[in-house]
Design a protein around this ligand. Structure first.
Ligand code: UD1
Ligand code: MG
Length: 466
């Protein structure tokens, strides 16, 4: 019979050193929150091992906000999460007590996995290593450790003739402080072993805290597995550590995308948080893609493209320095350089949006061209219509926004405006420099400009002499 797991994430801490004004588990990272990462790690560990598993967060500071965020994320991913409440941060052992007292089923799982909310780099495969270690050696508990040349702040692993124990920084003498093998705070423990000892842990130490590390004693059947890669345990306590962790996570994501056929010109200066980028896509430096955006196959994203919550379909070419927010660009369209697509924009298949074009809350059908220097807002433009240079939808009357509708196959001459609300039918022609204020039926022509007056030899009166 396979083992069952209760994973618990200690997330009651405050995180004042981050100076972000939010509880540490809610610190922003890679377009997500810090706590999302250990949660995802726990769920993927359950999934990979195919074992029965349940996740709990021990919350304290800003309990409501942390819990509502965690519930939302889990619901979105089809997972469930339990919560335990630790009123006062009396130490990591006390946090685990809160877990066992608030989550009744916790005692029934074969193993208890302890993770921290602030170590986002730990992966399911790392927990798996620790689990394999405990099984192989038939241990009651295992701590993940690593070698840290500057071990300040960490609990030290004191190995003896038989077994080991953990001494916290504050309680360590000079000799112990010199030990470089440190405790990561990540454990896999037999639940029966935890329950046997948890309540007898005392707070007789320099911090006056209940240390979970007191579960590790020389004469207990416990082990310390030293990991080569110490990056995975990097904790986020400061903004510098947040930046380093975020960089590593982003780089991991891009390495993964590369293995799936995404080509980067220089991944070190590219910022892709989204995991959804299709094969054959080429990404130039200084491209930013947030975690909510999706990019299809064989897309080209030239330098300086910024995508926020946007969808770029297959075969699209986005030229340099274009900015997208809550927008969709459909198959084989070409956009930019220097285009701005604001929320609610939907650019149709094979459409062409050129330089210095701004589009907001508008739907462009297949093959529409807006090639230069235009503003299109609150509009619908039908298939194959061509919008000339310097076109403006005058959509705002100072109080309300109004719609411009342009049918299929119409031609709007350069330097024209539509004063919305207005509808231009299919196959219409608007002469350049026109201001369209009235609806145009299908097939109609409109021109609204003053007749030109030309007076011979009069120019010299206006040309200033030097
Ligand atoms: C802990 C370990 C230390 C290890 C280090 C690794 C103990 C006693 N020490 O120390 O050996 O080297 O992690 O980073 O466990 N938390 C609660 N409730 C509490 C206290 C802490 O939920 O009452 C949470 C924190 O929010 C954090 C985690 O537990 O997510 C670890 O607590 P922290 O105070 O950072 O422990 P360290 O002193 O770093
Ligand atoms: Mg810590």
């Amino acid at each position: 019979m396979s083992d069952s797991f209760g994973a618990v994430i200690l997330a009651a801490g405050q995180g004042t050193r981050l100076k972000l004004g939010v509880a540490k588990p809610l610190a922003p990272i890679l377009g997500q929150k810090l706590v999302d990462f250990p949660m995802a790690t726990a769920f993927s560990f359950f999934k990979n091992t195919g074992c029965d598993g349940s996740l709990t967060l021990v919350t304290g500071h800003e309990k409501e906000k942390v819990e509502s965020h965690a519930s939302l994320v889990c619901k979105k991913n089809g997972n469930t999460v339990n919560f335990a409440f630790q009123e006062k941060q009396l130490g990591t052992a006390d946090a685990l007590r809160a877990y066992f007292s608030d989550v009744k089923e916790a005692a029934n799982f074969d193993y208890t996995i302890v993770l921290c909310a602030d170590t986002p780099l730990l992966r399911a495969e790392d927990i798996n290593k620790l689990y394999s270690f405990i099984k192989e050696k038939d241990l009651l508990g295992a701590a993940a450790t690593f070698i840290e040349p500057k071990p300040t702040g960490y609990g030290r692993i004191v190995r003896g003739d038989h077994g080991f124990h953990i001494v916290e920084e504050k309680d360590a003498d000079t000799e112990t402080r010199a030990i470089c093998e440190v405790n990561s705070g990540v454990y896999v423990l037999k639940t029966s072993f935890v329950l046997e000892h948890l309540n007898s842990i005392d707070s007789n130490n320099k911090s006056g805290e209940f240390y979970l590390t007191d579960l590790f004693k020389n004469d207990y059947k416990v082990g310390a597995l030293c990991f080569d890669d110490k990056d995975i345990f990097l904790g986020v306590n400061t903004l510098e550590q947040l930046e380093i962790s975020e960089k590593i996570l982003r780089q991991r994501n891009m390495v993964n995308l590369r293995s799936e056929g995404v080509r980067f010109i220089d991944s070190a200066s590219t910022y892709v948080d989204s995991t959804s980028v299709g094969e054959g896509t080429l990404i130039y430096p200084n491209v930013f893609i947030d975690n909510n955006s999706k990019v299809g196959k064989n897309v080209i994203l030239e330098p300086g493209v910024i995508l926020k919550n946007s969808v770029i379909e297959d075969g699209v070419h986005i030229k340099a320095y274009s900015h997208f927010e809550d927008s969709v660009v459909r198959i084989n369209a070409v956009v930019g350089p220097y285009a701005r697509l604001r929320p609610g924009t939907d650019v149709g298949e094979e459409s062409k949006i050129g330089n210095f074009v701004e589009i907001k809350k508008s739907k462009l059908d297949k093959g529409v061209k807006v090639s230069h220097l235009s503003y299109v807002g609150d509009a619908e433009i039908g298939e194959e219509s061509n919008i000339g240079c310097g076109f403006i939808t005058c959509n705002y009357d100072g109080a309300n926004k109004h719609k411009t509708i342009i049918g299929k196959g119409s031609f709007i001459g350069s330097d024209s405006q539509t004063v919305a609300p207005v509808t231009i039918g299919d196959n219409c022609f608007v002469a350049s420099s026109s201001t369209v204020t009235n609806d145009m039926p299908d097939g109609s022509f409109a021109i609204s400009r003053n007749k030109q007056t030309t007076k011979n030899d009069l120019a010299k009166r206006f040309l200033k002499s030097k």
